[in-house]
Design a binder for this molecule. Structure first.
Ligand SMILES: CCOC(=O)Cn1cc(-c2ncnc(N)c2C#N)cn1
Length: 292
């Protein structure tokens, strides 16, 4: 599909286009990645569901942003984009956003110990400069949510966990404090809403920018692609937790014998359908809205 806009960033499952000097278009694809590999089989509606979820979260989080003197970058989505020249088949999985001066920090909030956080903790009892109590295991709930920022890695590289001092070096002390406070406040509100929906929001990554000196929440927000969603019902510390949305894919890939190095195999139709259903279910449980 050719868009009448310049491609400015390409991620594993998303693209960013320049609409004009002040606005960008974030386009979510139906691609799914597992074990850091983009799989060859798309999941129908994944892009549209995760876009609708982000849009809903921007609405839910607007009061928290306002409390912190911040805003978000969303301008429009869906049919409103047709007038901007966005093709109909992309409109539902695109967000028109304000162009920001993006800050060079991945703002990660963790309410639970998982993934790279567990690895760092097992090595040093902390996540960089964030000390944690002894005796935690993969999946443990943390006493309090913590801010564990990282650098924005180049495409294909892994983000590197950094300490608060490095955030200060990058954006200044006042802005660093604001990022930490806002990241944790947004995470707490998201985790609270997710808990009511039977979903553990284990961690999430926010990206912020500035516009005319104001802090602005960018990127996608609180989706299963930017966060770890676990079914609350199966939460059991001591082992990797089942992913709310990707577990069918992970399990099938494991049974398929894929070596994780050679090109990933096509997913069976049943796994694609079940995975699509997980995205729709996450949307409906969180928003209380019917996907249809
Ligand atoms: C392909 C995936 O890459 C990204 O989303 C990272 N990225 C964010 C921007 C951005 N730049 C200015 N203003 C914004 N509002 C945004 C946003 N969101 C560019 N790349």
């Amino acid at each position: 599909m050719t868009l009448p806009f310049e491609l400015v960033a390409q991620g594993k499952v998303r693209e960013v286009y320049a609409v004009d000097d002040d606005r960008l278009l974030l386009v979510a694809s139906d691609r799914i990645s597992a074990y850091d590999v983009v799989l060859p089989t798309p999941v129908p509606d994944k892009g549209r569901v995760l876009t609708a979820l982000s849009v809903w979260w921007f609405e839910q989080l607007a009061p928290v942003l306002a409390e912190h003197g911040a805003e978000h970058h969303l301008l429009a989505t869906g049919d409103a984009l047709l007038a901007e020249g966005v093709p109909a088949e992309l409109a539902g999985r695109s967000m028109l956003v304000r162009r920001l001066e993006m800050l060079p920090v991945e703002c990660v909030a963790r309410g639970y110990l998982s993934g790279s956080g567990t690895h760092l903790y097992q090595r040093s009892g902390a996540i960089v400069d964030v000390a944690l109590p002894a005796g935690l295991v993969e999946g443990s709930r943390l006493p309090e949510p913590v801010f564990t920022p990282s650098t924005k890695a180049e495409v294909g590289e892994h983000d590197e966990a950094i300490g608060f001092a490095q955030v200060v070096d990058a954006v200044g002390a006042e802005r660093a404090e604001a990022l930490r406070a806002l990241t944790l406040a947004l995470y707490r509100r998201g985790a609270e809403i997710a808990e009511d929906a039977g979903i553990v929001l284990a961690d999430t990554k926010f990206e912020f920018g500035t516009a005319d000196g104001t802090l602005v929440l960018g990127d996608e927000v609180l989706t299963p692609d930017s966060s770890r969603f676990w079914p609350a019902i199966t939460w059991s510390p001591g082992a990797p937790q089942p992913s709310f949305d990707k577990q069918y894919v992970r399990d099938w890939l494991t049974t398929s014998g894929w070596d994780r190095v050679s090109p990933a195999p096509e997913l069976p139709e049943a796994v694609v359908a079940a995975t699509r259903e997980r995205y729709v279910t996450a949307y409906e449980k969180l928003t209380g809205r019917s996907w249809s």
